[in-house]
Design a protein around this ligand. Structure first.
Ligand code: G3H
Length: 494
């Protein structure tokens, strides 16, 4: 029964007051201060999470540090078993977790189900992949001036305590994508869940606890980032920070974390370039899916389309014609709703509305949507957008796609490479060769040819350049990023 399995994590009142996990026990915060988690669907309170005091954070960190080395010394096959069991529990509680995600972050049941199943599959993949991570030995004689016999034995070892900071848009998946590799490489992990989405993330931590992660090795620190963020990221017990979230927060965390290793996935404004020979039907459908899925609240969401005026005219006509078939905004609980529901909060919706209005005031044309009702933003299409307009100069986390006219495709390259973001870009062309040549000119993490930007499949490398990220994720890459090399050199006896 889900109610029994998850009973410790809240006081089970309505709305529930959730607790934090100090590594051994689920506890209410001592200050009595809490953050409300508000459903974007109807404004109801889903529950509250405690805002921890610095003393409580110190306690969590001390427990994580104390437990780490025994965990790293636990045989890998046992750690793998625990992590696989967590994946099994996630599948077991699929329906329960889906219902929670729908209410807490406003995903449709289909989107929530895909997040949960993807998470279980990802965790299993991590647990399988870690078994192929091996050390190596190097002999000295390759280097000029050295004889044979000075041997470096190079192992991968844990950093210590990984701080995992996850965002609201995939609160289960993007928490698990940090917990699993951190644990498998022998680290303790302290989870800092997002405020919105935090309840789902706490459920995930409970699953890992129940799967057998020992006391202290997994724990949570809850509280709004503005209140506890600086203290947590600069905490001396934190050895590494893994973060997904917006770029401004990423820059602030990097400053506070000083020389700690970082693995960051930050914002993106993910442009699409449509070449004159592209299949415009395919491009239009991919643009709609890429721009409007989960109401545009994906760091890989398409934000703008670059093409020549002649192609743009045909493409916008096709996009507008296809939207009614693919997009049906509404309550994510309704089976009628497709792609667009409310954004995460009314405050977030107001910011999106403002970016639309400012861009229109500065000369953009709104050819579809543009209006807000509480947390709902209509699916919006803008034309005549220029790169300095706020709708694309900053990441807009909402259901808005902008068309930017270019005189040439060299101009498109210049615009993309001038942007302060560099997560992904897509190129649509029937000639894959010219797509490859064009893709190589783009300074972004990943270039997609004839498909919309996306993280998956999750074993592919996933990275951003410039303000879009630090380090590389993806199954093997994350395992490597959450560990370091430790060479031990055997010198020749004198
Ligand atoms: O929001 C950031 C996610 O990493 C994007 O993942 O491309 O699977 O939606 P996705």
């Amino acid at each position: 029964m889900p109610a029994d399995f998850f009973s410790d994590i809240s006081n089970q009142q309505t709305p529930p007051q959730y607790r934090y996990f100090d590594g051994s026990t689920w506890k209410p915060g001592s200050s009595g201060k809490t953050a409300d988690v508000i459903s974007p669907i109807d404004g109801s309170v889903v529950g509250t999470t405690p805002i921890l005091t610095q003393e409580e954070i110190d306690g969590v960190m001390a427990a994580a540090s104390a437990a780490q080395s025994a965990w790293e010394l636990t045989p890998l096959n046992k750690r793998v078993g625990v992590v696989h069991l967590a994946a099994d529990w996630i599948r077991h509680y699929l329906d329960y977790l889906v219902a929670l995600l729908v209410r807490e972050v406003g995903k449709s049941a289909e989107e929530a189900k895909s997040e949960i199943i993807r998470t279980a599959d990802l965790i299993d993949y991590f647990a399988d992949e870690v078994q192929s991570i091996q050390g190596m030995t190097l002999d000295s004689d390759n280097f000029p001036g050295f004889e044979k016999g000075r041997i470096a034995m190079i192992e991968r070892v844990a950093y210590g305590t990984v701080l995992a900071i996850a965002p609201f848009n995939y609160p289960v998946n993007l928490t698990a994508s940090k917990i699993a590799p951190a644990l498998l490489m022998g680290n303790s992990v302290v989870v800092k869940p997002p405020t919105q989405g935090g309840i789902s993330a706490l459920h995930l931590v409970r699953i890992f606890q129940k799967a057998g992660v020992p006391a202290g090795v997994i724990s949570t620190v809850t509280g709004n980032g503005e209140i506890i963020g600086d203290y947590v990221v600069s905490h001396p017990a934190v050895s590494m920070v893994a973060f997904t979230g917006n770029s401004d927060t990423g820059v602030a965390i990097a400053g506070k974390a000083a020389m700690k290793p970082l693995l960051f996935e930050c914002g993106g404004n993910n442009p699409v370039v449509v070449m004159p020979d592209a299949d415009l039907q395919v491009a239009a459908r991919e643009i709609i899916k890429g721009a409007f899925a989960y109401s545009g609240q994906r760091c890989t969401g398409i934000k703008y389309v670059l093409t020549t005026p002649a192609i743009r005219e045909q493409l916008v006509t096709l996009v507008l014609k296809t939207i009614p078939e693919m997009v049906h905004p509404g309550d994510p609980r309704s089976p009628e709703t497709k792609l667009v529901g409310p954004v995460i909060s009314e405050a977030a919706a107001k910011k999106i509305e403002e970016a639309i209005q400012t861009s229109v005031k500065n000369g953009a044309k709104c050819v579809l949507g543009g209006k807000r009702d509480k947390a709902m933003i209509e699916p919006t299409v803008l034309t005549g957008v220029i790169p300095s307009m706020p709708i694309i100069a900053k990441e807009t986390f909402g259901p808005v796609v902008s068309f930017v006219d270019v005189a040439s495709f060299d101009e498109a390259v210049a615009i993309i490479n001038r942007s302060s973001y560099g997560l992904q870009a897509s190129v649509f062309t029937k000639d894959e060769g010219s797509g490859l040549v064009f893709g190589k000119k783009l300074n972004v993490g990943t270039v997609q040819i004839n498909g919309s930007p996306q993280r998956g499949p999750d074993h592919f490398p996933f990275l951003g350049v410039k303000r879009s990220g630090v380090g590389v994720q993806g199954v093997r890459y994350s395992l490597e990023a959450m560990s370091r090399l430790r060479p031990i050199v055997l010198n020749k006896p004198q």
